[in-house]
Ligand binder design. Structure first.
Ligand code: HPA
Ligand code: ZN
Length: 335
């Protein structure tokens, strides 16, 4: 089963590029850019990656992002992820980036996006990995700052497919960003939002009804509301689940307690993703293998998860057909 999962063509829909910063590159960039960090070695860094909840992770994650200064740093970060993606047979990736984490340190928006997109282009050429970029607003900051970020993004409209919402969820509901999301949709961006990770099911309703999202990121707390479960199943709203993240951030104490199987069995359109793999102990293959082991999944389940991800992606229709065909070819060979 582990080999079957490793080999199947995959898509990733929930991946924060800043969350792919491995300890080795973190220390290299800290030295290159003369940034002081409270770590001397990779093992010091790994020891610090013990989290009690989302906020305790975010504090460490924003500190890590402080080593990213030059366009080359953003390129190196993204390229390192894409090499991993290629090894794991990812055919399509949708990448979140958090411009405010960088512009607040006086790093120019163009430095961030140029570094990331140069690596994405290289991966398309060298590895035939297609990609989309999703700009996330930091929800712990005011909506006015999200508007500033949106205004900068308009110059890069052709490189950004959607806007999303991340960072500290509790106390920062989707309704706080209703105006900036409306403006983003008017400008032609699709929308997604983290909702129901730590926040209540009502935040998922808000993301759907007020922000008009195409997908819900995480969304695990939907099972607290029966009518929401029904809506998600009827409309086949994709959920981008991140199992290792949820256990590492103590949303669930163990993988066995995760509600993944409950959501799958309720006929929701679930997908499996890695969120911040450098911090949570595994990329997409490890996430799929972890749930396959915990829930005794078979090849048909893995096929369904992968098909859901291809269908839920923002790839164009033609590319989607190519992705689905590669999946069917793989299944014919291996089943
Ligand atoms: N949740 C919210 N914000 C984030 C996350 C997450 O899992 N990762 C990076 N920013
Ligand atoms: Zn996330």
């Amino acid at each position: 089963m582990n080999d079957f999962i490793a080999g199947i063509p995959k898509a990733e829909l929930h991946l924060h590029i800043e969350g792919t910063l491995e300890p080795e590159l973190l220390l290299t960039l800290a030295e290159r850019n003369k940034i002081q960090l409270p770590y001397k070695s990779e093992s010091d860094v790994k020891k610090a990656y013990q989290f009690a909840d989302l906020q305790s992770f975010l504090d460490i994650y924003y500190q890590g992002a402080s080593v990213l200064i030059e366009e080359q740093d953003f390129y190196d970060l993204t390229w390192a992820y894409l090499c991993k993606a290629h090894q794991e047979n990812l055919q399509h990736v949708e990448i979140f980036f958090d411009p405010q984490t960088h512009t607040s340190r006086d790093i120019k928006f163009e430095v961030v996006i140029n570094g990331i997109t140069a690596a994405l282009k290289q991966a398309e050429k060298q590895y035939h990995i297609s990609s989309c970029l999703i700009l996330c607003f930091l929800r712990h900051l005011p909506e006015a700052e999200a508007f500033n970020t949106l205004n900068q993004a308009l110059f890069y409209k052709d490189q950004i497919i959607a806007v999303g919402l991340d960072s500290s969820e509790k106390g920062n509901p989707p309704e706080k960003f209703v105006n900036v999301f409306e403006q983003a949709r008017k400008a032609g961006f699709l929308t997604v939002a983290h909702a129901g990770e730590e926040g209540p099911a009502d935040y998922i309703w808000q993301a759907l009804n007020l922000l008009k999202v195409s997908r819900i990121d995480h969304g695990i707390r939907c099972d607290e509301d029966k009518s929401l479960m029904k809506k998600l199943a009827t409309d086949q709203v994709p959920l981008t689940l991140c199992p290792l993240s949820n256990v590492k951030l103590r949303v669930f104490n163990t993988m066995a307690e995760h509600n993944f199987k409950k959501l799958l069995d309720a006929n929701l359109c679930v997908t499996v993703n890695s969120d911040d793999p450098a911090y949570f102990g595994g990329y997409i293959t490890a996430n799929m293998q972890a749930i396959a082991t915990s829930f005794n999944l078979n090849k048909q389940h893995i096929y369904q998860l992968t098909k859901n991800a291809f269908n839920a992606s923002f790839a164009g229709e033609e590319r989607k057909q190519v992705l689905l065909q590669s999946l069917h070819d793989y299944m014919s060979l291996h089943c």
